[in-house]
Write a protein that binds this ligand. Structure first.
Ligand SMILES: Cc1ncc(COP(=O)(O)O)c(C=O)c1O
Length: 442
């Protein structure tokens, strides 16, 4: 807001005018970069009258080229485009042969789709707590392993990678598969290595909240040829394909059941454009986030989520931490009163307990062990009973996560913040917390 002073003196909660009166821009990183290029990409497909990837009047091969470009970007051998991140999780678990009698370890901070994918496969989800990175705590993963555990889904939450190297080491030692869910951290890296390359399969989403988007869409990546072929089978008709696109019928190990998660050419064409813009989108969010972080670092009572590698942080979220829940709630109320909110359809600026199906205990179907069929599957299936009976998914199951959610504020960082917007956010934190002494970046 260029026409307003960026900081104002005044006691927190005092009578002075709020720092902003106009909401901050909405998040949705990719859509702010939509322009004629995406329009031309869609038009190209429409003009060809060939919106389906495998055949048509004049197929443009958009999905296939996108897969090659995306695999090159992530640095993996194979990419398979699918119609959503949820679909990518289902396909990944299908390719890995997950089913009844198995346990899959998932984090306390996640998205509902991760749980749904495990439950829909007939397996039992097992919670691991998080640590100050807001991603899985490797020690909690190790402690959650039983003789029934088949694998781990590591979720890089809120834009930045967690301790995936340690979890990959545990998975290797214990003979478990590792899926990395990179939906919220597309383009992120840890010590120079891109997320999605640490496990057996990396999963991505291109839904509208993600770092690049076609409204919907997803992808799985893997370096493993056999898993890739099984994933191709799962995402489409249940049979792998050979180089000419013919179904492979003479390999019983590649006979599966199809799930119908193909990506169409329209979205693939948009995603090719967005992928080229992704470095700019991430750069913009990261610069805004770290300018704000530097501007408020050292304020009394203020801490930050542990970021393992700021260079690999995609920058879309700033999580600040407070000594106790009451402090977090008070600061959040005061920041919102200063106008640090987005338009109502955005995530805005919230104490993390207000974050919906991202918190394990807000997933009532998990807490209540809701079934997918009248027999009580997967929980009451004979092969799952010994696992399910031991499980508690209610609040209290992951005490570190519970405390972090209550004592932290999550602020989305849109990809189109102006310097004035950033100054307003910095000014509001300083006004609410007292100016303190600017600290140094960790
Ligand atoms: C961590 C995570 N996994 C999976 C998904 C599912 O992706 P989609 O919405 O494309 O199905 C999302 C987002 O929606 C997510 O945030």
């Amino acid at each position: 807001m260029a026409d307003q002073p960026t900081t104002r003196p005044g006691a927190p909660g005092g009578e002075s005018a709020p720092i902003r009166t106009e909401p901050l821009p909405l998040e949705f990183p990719g859509v702010h970069y939509f322009d004629e290029e995406e329009i031309e990409a869609v038009s190209r497909v429409l003009r060809s009258r060939s919106p389906f990837r495998y055949y048509g009047i004049d197929p443009q091969g958009e999905a296939e080229v996108f897969e090659r470009e995306f695999a090159g970007f992530v640095g993996v051998k194979h990419a398979l485009a699918v119609s959503s991140g949820t679909g990518a999780l289902h396909v990944a678990l299908g390719a890995l042969g997950v089913g009844p009698g198995q346990e899959v370890i998932i984090p306390a901070y996640l998205w509902v789709s991760v749980i749904a994918a495990v439950v829909n496969r007939g397996a039992i989800p097992v919670l691991a707590d998080i640590d100050e990175t807001f991603c899985m705590d490797p020690a909690s993963v190790e402690a959650a392993i039983t003789e029934r555990t088949s694998g781990v889904i590591f979720v890089h939450m809120s834009g930045a990678p967690g301790r995936v190297e340690e979890v990959a080491g545990i998975a290797r030692r214990r003979g478990l598969f590792l899926i990395e869910d990179c939906a919220q951290c597309l383009g992120g890296a840890l010590n120079g290595r891109k997320v999605g390359t640490f496990g057996d399969i990396g999963v991505f989403s291109f839904q509208v909240n993600k770092n690049m988007t076609a409204g919907e869409g997803g992808c799985i990546v893997t370096g493993d040829e056999a898993l890739y072929r099984r994933a191709v089978a799962c995402h489409d008709l249940g049979y792998a394909k050979d180089g000419d696109g013919q179904l492979v019928l003479d390999r019983p190990d590649l006979h599966l059941w199809g799930m119908g998660y193909r990506l169409d050419e329209l979205r693939a064409a948009v995603l090719r454009v967005q992928l080229r813009k992704l470095p700019r989108i991430i750069d913009s969010m990261r610069k805004s986030k770290y300018r704000i972080r530097n501007g408020i670092s050292g304020l009394p009572g203020l801490g930050f989520r542990k970021i393992l590698d700021p260079e690999g942080d995609t920058g879309g979220f700033l999580i600040t931490t407070y000594p106790d829940p009451e402090a977090a709630r008070r600061v959040n109320r005061a920041l919102r009163a200063e106008g640090i909110v987005t338009h109502p359809q955005g995530v805005s600026n919230i104490v993390m307990t207000e974050w919906g199906l991202h918190l394990y205990y807000n997933n009532l179907s998990l807490v209540n062990q809701s079934s997918v069929d009248p027999r009580g599957a997967p929980w009451r299936l004979a092969e799952n009973l010994p696992s399910a009976e031991r499980r508690n998914y209610a609040k209290g199951a992951c005490p570190v996560a519970d405390d972090l959610f209550e004592g932290s504020i999550l602020l989305p960082i849109p990809s189109c913040l102006t310097r004035e917007d950033e100054d307003d956010i910095i000014g509001a934190f300083r006004k609410v917390l007292g100016s303190g002494s600017p600290g140094s970046e960790q």
